[in-house]
Design a protein around this ligand. Structure first.
Ligand code: PEP
Length: 251
């Protein structure tokens, strides 16, 4: 997977299926930028109906927001990566800070989830990022490095073709406070350097690294124009079609 510009929406636990279909079709009908990969991270229940409604020619791809680290078994309420793959859902978001916090997903568990997802044939949008306390203590680079090394460093360079990284500083998620373009760029450059040292130049250059944290139409252009920012993982602003379409057109 060569490095691509990606506008990914994370709908979280929002929209009914009907509302989700309406939103996805508005994005499909309104989007003109064929150079951008558009990914919609939607609730599990929406995946199948949206898959049927979205035209294959629209270049809109779907993502689940989580999957289990086992492929089947007595795990009530969980979703197997094999089920997502059988539905031909290409992406799964793993390691979102909300799941790390509310569902106690740690780096070790995420490592297993990454393996299960890749083995099933899914591509992974792997989220990392630091809290405000960690940033204020000046430990944001080492924190992100540990998240990447604990959950991804066992992979091969060839596995890394199916990984997209989303840097999402927790202090910027849903707060309206966005990292400055300089803060985003310096972390993305650091992540690319980490990838270069571990996996080599080709992986570093070909991995898309997205920024997430209060991306909106008014700040997307300056963020996406940073040399190591390949797009965004967008929460709140992806729930409004006109706003998300402007973000898609910000590259
Ligand atoms: C997110 O949830 O991944 C996110 C970045 O949210 P928001 O854009 O609302 O900050």
């Amino acid at each position: 997977m060569a490095r691509k510009n990606i506008a990914a929406g994370n709908w979280k636990m929002n929209t009914t299926i009907d509302e989700g279909i309406e939103l996805a079709l508005q994005i499909q009908d309104g989007q003109r930028n064929k150079e951008v990969v558009i990914i919609l991270g939607v609730p599990f229940t929406h995946l199948y109906p949206l898959k049927r409604k979205i035209k294959a020619s629209s270049k809109i791809l779907l993502a689940a927001q989580n999957c289990h680290h086992k492929t089947s078994g007595a795990y009530t309420g969980e979703i197997s990566p094999l089920v997502l793959a059988a539905l031909k859902i290409p992406y799964v978001i793993l390691g979102h800070s909300e799941r790390r916090e509310y569902n106690h997903e740690d780096n070790a568990l995420l490592s297993q989830k990454v393996d299960a997802a890749l083995e099933a044939g899914l591509k992974v949008i792997f989220c990392c990022g630091e809290s405000l306390e960690i940033r204020q203590a000046g430990q944001h680079f080492s924190h992100v490095k540990k998240q990447l090394s604990d959950s991804l460093f066992h992979l091969s360079a060839s596995h890394m073709k199916n990984i997209v990284i989303a840097y999402e500083p927790i202090w910027a998620i849903g707060t309206g406070e966005t990292a400055t373009p300089q803060q985003a760029q310096e972390m993305h450059e650091e992540i690319r350097n980490i990838l270069r040292k571990k996996f080599g130049k080709r992986v570093a250059e070909n991995t898309s690294i997205l920024y997430g944290g209060s991306v909106k139409a008014s700040n997307a252009t300056v963020l996406f124009s940073q040399p190591d920012v390949d797009g965004g993982l967008v929460g709140g602003a992806s729930l409004k079609s006109d706003e998300f379409l402007k973000i898609i057109n910000s590259f």
